[in-house]
Design a protein around this ligand. Structure first.
Ligand SMILES: *[C@@H]1O[C@H](CO)[C@@H](O)[C@H](O)[C@H]1NC(C)=O
Ligand SMILES: *[C@@H]1O[C@H](CO)[C@@H](O)[C@H](O)[C@H]1NC(C)=O
Ligand SMILES: *[C@@H]1O[C@H](CO)[C@@H](O)[C@H](O)[C@H]1NC(C)=O
Ligand SMILES: *[C@@H]1O[C@H](CO)[C@@H](O)[C@H](O)[C@H]1NC(C)=O
Length: 271
């Protein structure tokens, strides 16, 4: 399925948020500003089994559906990541974002002296990252007692949203990935639960050819899937869009509601 976004679908998505995660306690009417691009983050940080977690809780009590938020290389230290995690909490989900880089995320400028992108990528491979995410899942299941978990991942984190859906991986019921980087064919083929993808028009890590390959691989998984392309967007737009640009703002907000709708449908958010 290749769906395009239209203004009416976007508005319909807003209305449907009334039913997200917390039944009658959280309604769209109470939260006209669900997604925030600016302002102060409202979450807190907590250590769990050696991993620092950014936690943002919804206003409604005892949420049974959680979002495991997997950041881009800029980590939970980037304000936009915290604000987007908070936005998922306003949509009714308990949100946990693990510090995937142990306090040392990549600098915004990869050319910054002393930063070696190759070294960073090698250091933060699946061998280092998977165990951190497993602790995030354990925190949600064992400490917080949630029933369902949806993973949302951006760039670097998008690949791991897929990895959490593999056979043998427990706990994550559905995933969303915006402009995933370093995503391998085998990681797509391995999914055993639904996944939704938001793609940027300009993305050197996901060219149009690669996008078509990903669609074909998704189709072959026999899982529910979605891949939506947003015009006028660049790699990273799901988190770091220039919201002064109407197309980028629409893309970022729609990708967020795409994830919320997906989690409502496939991780029991609307139950
Ligand atoms: C960056 O790291 C890689 C892998 O460790 C290494 O081969 C390369 O020489 C480094 N580059 C620089 C400029 O230090
Ligand atoms: C993961 O593998 C890389 C490359 O082999 C290595 O540098 C790093 O120390 C490993 N990390 C862990 C946590 O095992
Ligand atoms: C996407 O790339 C094209 C070609 O380089 C460029 O003209 C366009 O401005 C870019 N779009 C955005 C949103 O930056
Ligand atoms: C953001 O978009 C606005 C409107 O298109 C533009 O004027 C501005 O230069 C952009 N800012 C950056 C940093 O690209």
């Amino acid at each position: 399925m290749r769906s395009s976004s239209s203004a009416s679908l976007f508005l319909w998505g807003l209305g449907s948020l009334a039913s997200a995660a917390c039944a009658k306690q959280c309604t769209y009417g109470d939260h006209p500003q669900i997604i925030a691009h600016t302002g102060e983050p409202v979450g807190r940080e907590e250590m769990y089994n050696g991993v620092n977690l950014y936690i943002s809780e919804p206003e409604c009590k005892n949420p049974k559906v959680a979002v495991l938020y997997l950041t881009d290389v800029f980590g939970i230290q980037l304000r936009e990541n915290k604000l987007l995690a908070d936005s998922f909490a306003r949509a009714g989900f308990l949100v946990v974002a693990p510090d995937m880089f142990d306090g040392e995320p990549a600098p915004l400028d990869f050319n910054e002296p002393g930063f070696n992108a190759t070294e960073f990528t090698l250091k933060h491979g699946p061998n280092a990252t998977d165990p951190i995410l497993d602790k995030g899942v354990a925190y949600l299941k064992e400490r917080m007692g949630v029933d369902k978990i949806a993973a949302t991942g951006y760039c670097f984190g998008g690949r791991y949203a897929f990895r959490l859906l593999a056979d043998g991986k427990e706990g994550v019921d559905a995933a969303f990935a915006a402009h995933p980087s370093l995503l391998e064919d085998s990681e797509i083929e391995a999914i055993t639960r639904p996944v939704s993808v938001a793609a940027a028009e300009n993305d050197t890590t996901m060219s149009p050819d690669r996008r078509f390959q990903i669609e074909t691989l998704l189709q072959e998984t026999n899982q529910p899937y979605q891949l939506t392309l947003y015009s006028g967007t660049n790699h990273g737009f799901g988190v770091r869009a220039n919201v002064s640009d109407p197309q980028q703002k629409f893309g970022k907000e729609s990708a967020f509601y795409q994830a919320v709708r997906w989690f409502d449908a496939w991780a029991g958010g609307a139950l």
